[in-house]
Design a protein around this ligand. Sequence first.
Ligand code: FES
Length: 356
Amino acid sequence: MADHEDRTDLVPVDHGAERDPGTAIVRSDALENPGLPPHRPRVTDLDPKAAKTAERLIVTLFYVSLAGSIFSMAAYFAFPIRQNDLGSVRLNNLLIGLGLAFALLAIGVAAVHWGKVLMVDHEGVDIRHPVRGDAQTRERAVDIMRTADRESGFNRRVLIRNGMITAVAALPFPAIFLFRDLGPAAGTPAAAFSHTMWSEGVRLTKDPTGEPILASDVTIGSAFHVIPEGLNESEHKLEEKAKAAVLLMRLEPGSFEVSSGREDWNYQGILAYSKICTHVGCPVALYEQQTHHLLCPCHQSTFDITREAEVIFGPAVRPLPQLPITIDSQGYLVARSDFTEPVGPSFWERTGDYDV
Ligand code: FES
């Protein structure tokens, strides 16, 4: 109490004669409830002309909304989406969106204005009820708990009770181990996706037979679904295939772009690209022979083979990785190396350095 003797903003609480004075303190500067401000009538309450003007404004806003809805419907027909014309898609969406935006906004403004200036204006007070249950309810609750305790033996059978508490407390721990798989201890995705079964000299074989492919069998316009030689005998066949699957196509030499450093990655126009979509990893299974486009059926990402599998449409953001190929002494197609970047979808740890 000596600490408080020089504080002028603290005063003792009077807890009645039976309490020692000065055992609790409250601040003396607590705010007083200011109550509600005095009611002030609005202009529209006093002036019928102002009320009429407000009414007209609100009605006008509702008709503006109607006009917005009609405009958006008219825009749908007047500015249709034309095939292969991105500008028409933008214009169509813009005008429909503007119409709907005005329609919604006008309804909102009209409703708020109506509520503020014309609807009855009086303050209502809802008294807050105590949250605490009455004595009878509380007694009944305690009774129920006691009965449950008696009938379950929760406090009597200590061993069972402690066993149950231990089991429930341990239940979240398996989740920690499952989350561990997301962490670096289990190997980063960069490490997992950077190495496939492909390496120098591994033959390209047909999926699913495993038959090696002669370069002379790959005619212009044809496409092959390819797996590495030995995949069918691999212990983790499916996991390996999910990373190493490749699409093989032959284009007219000179009809496609080749960037510096990739000059010897194709063999006389035969190109091999990862079949694993760089969006979320579906197999890119459709080859359009006329356009030289590869299509992913999952979300329609489209890759242009003549431009090193650049994405030309859809949600994928990276080209398909290219597998460098050549032929062996017997004319069979073989890999020059593994892929030079991780295959499949992007991931957080993905950087420009793939040497993991
Ligand atoms: S997985 Fe290929 S576009 Fe989504």
